[in-house]
Ligand binder design. Structure first.
Ligand SMILES: [Zn+2]
Length: 432
């Protein structure tokens, strides 16, 4: 465990005992966070809750706004979907009396994706319930449990009579699920940490992220030609034209998953690049040929294949479709709002990854799997432009972005124990 500052057995025991003592409080905090319906644009309540959590750790939290004008030319910025007025991130710093260890950022996002068809949930998505050792609710796993683990880890260190002997940064950010601009604003507002850990759940607990894809969001508007249905064939149906567009992007997806296009980290991953047809709106009247449809898609980006190139490829496909006879003259336009993000690699042999792996093994007796994720996280910013090391490691998650999302509470507890020992071993500790 040479990546970690040695911790005497008494201090280790005191920290782990403190984590155990905080277990019920951790579950209660998770329930409070899940009750905040922190969808896009509705994050404020959950941010205020996290501000209180940071203050409860003896820290002095402050808000970090997302200043579009200041960030527009910063690498990694994605075109926003909506205004940032009144929509801040919250951060807090612990400063040691004497900095002896390495600084660490523990970051999580408060935003959640929509619940989907709420009637499909066994219990309401924003009314957290514990069944069979798991908490169910939208955002429980992705990633409010991670926010809880980070906060409780710091609390345990304090209760054990210690504090980190290096700067510890804590952040709760917005827009991880659509732009990553919250994390980007925070990264540029704080000193560069020696490492960043994001307790995002990986696919197949227990997992350590070793790579992730990038993502581009595109919006394609199809304009047809209106007609009464009795002259239906005189019109051009915008919704049917959108199906032709989807078919073409499905073919592009197949092309991008070919073995020779893959980064080595994804060699063994089944279908790493996904094109999701996420939203389709359009049409005006059941007895009128629809004039307009808007298709929202999410396109994965292989590490090493820039998101700007993928954007150009999407533009190329849309331009080429203009000549497609089945579109019968429908007009296409594409715009980009939301993710414009590159993929990245989190080498498993970098110090922060080795430290997390060793601690997980020592706490649970189990080895971490390495996962190359076909979705993205905010960790990319630290690696791609932040000039520091980062990775993700989080609790046992089921059905994130799906119905009946849940997190395993034993796993959340283990992650808290690992993060507490990581703070102690990475930053070092001093007496409070
Ligand atoms: Zn997440």
């Amino acid at each position: 465990m040479s990546d970690l500052i040695p911790l005497d057995p008494g201090a280790r025991r005191a920290i782990l005992d403190a984590v155990d003592g905080l277990r019920d409080g951790a579950v209660a905090l998770l329930a409070r966070l899940v009750r905040h319906r922190s969808l896009l644009g509705e994050e404020a309540g959950c941010i205020t809750e996290m501000e209180g959590v940071f203050a409860g750790l003896g820290l002095d939290p402050w808000r970090v706004p997302i200043d579009t004008a200041a960030l527009a030319d910063v690498p990694g910025f994605s075109p926003p979907l909506m205004s940032y007025a009144g929509r801040d991130n919250v951060v807090a710093l612990h400063r040691p009396r004497e900095a002896r260890g390495r600084s660490l950022m523990l970051q999580g996002h408060v935003d959640v994706v929509p619940e989907g068809a709420a009637d499909l949930w066994t219990t309401p998505p924003f009314d957290p319930q514990v069944r069979g050792g798991r908490m169910y609710g939208r955002g429980a796993a992705d990633m409010k449990a991670g926010l809880v683990s980070a906060a409780m880890a710091m609390q345990a260190i304090r209760q054990a009579g210690m504090q980190p002997a290096a700067e510890l940064q804590m952040a709760a950010v917005i827009e991880e699920e659509c732009t990553g601009n919250g994390a980007l604003a925070v990264m540029h507002a704080l000193p560069r940490p020696d490492a960043c850990l994001i307790p995002e759940p990986g696919p197949g607990y227990p997992a350590l992220y070793v790579a992730e894809v990038g993502v581009v969001w595109a919006w394609i508007t199809v304009t047809g030609r209106p007609a009464h249905v009795r002259e239906m064939h005189a019109g051009v149906n915008a919704i049917e034209a959108a199906y032709v567009v989807m078919e073409r992007f499905r073919a592009y997806e197949g092309e991008m998953n070919r073995a020779e296009r893959r980064h080595p980290a994804f060699a063994e991953v089944n279908h790493p690049i996904n094109v999701n047809m996420g939203t389709l709106t359009g049409g005006e009247w059941n007895s009128s040929v629809p004039t307009r449809a808007r298709l929202g898609i999410r396109v994965g980006v292989m590490p090493g294949h820039s998101c700007h190139l993928v954007r150009a490829e999407i533009e190329g496909i849309v331009a080429e479709l203009a000549g497609e006879p089945r579109l019968r003259g429908a007009r296409l336009a594409v715009e980009f709002q939301g993710f414009l993000a590159d993929g990245c690699v989190f080498p498993p042999d970098q110090p922060i990854s080795r430290a997390v792996s060793a601690l997980h093994q020592s706490v649970t007796g189990e080895a971490l799997r390495h996962c190359a994720a076909s979705g993205l996280t905010d960790a990319r910013h630290y690696v791609l432009t932040g000039g520091t090391q980062a990775t993700c490691y989080g609790p046992d998650a089921d059905n994130i972005h799906g119905i009946d999302e849940s997190v395993g509470l034993d796993a959340m507890h283990d992650v808290t124990r690992v993060i507490a020992l990581l703070i102690a071993g990475w930053c070092g500790v001093e007496r409070r």
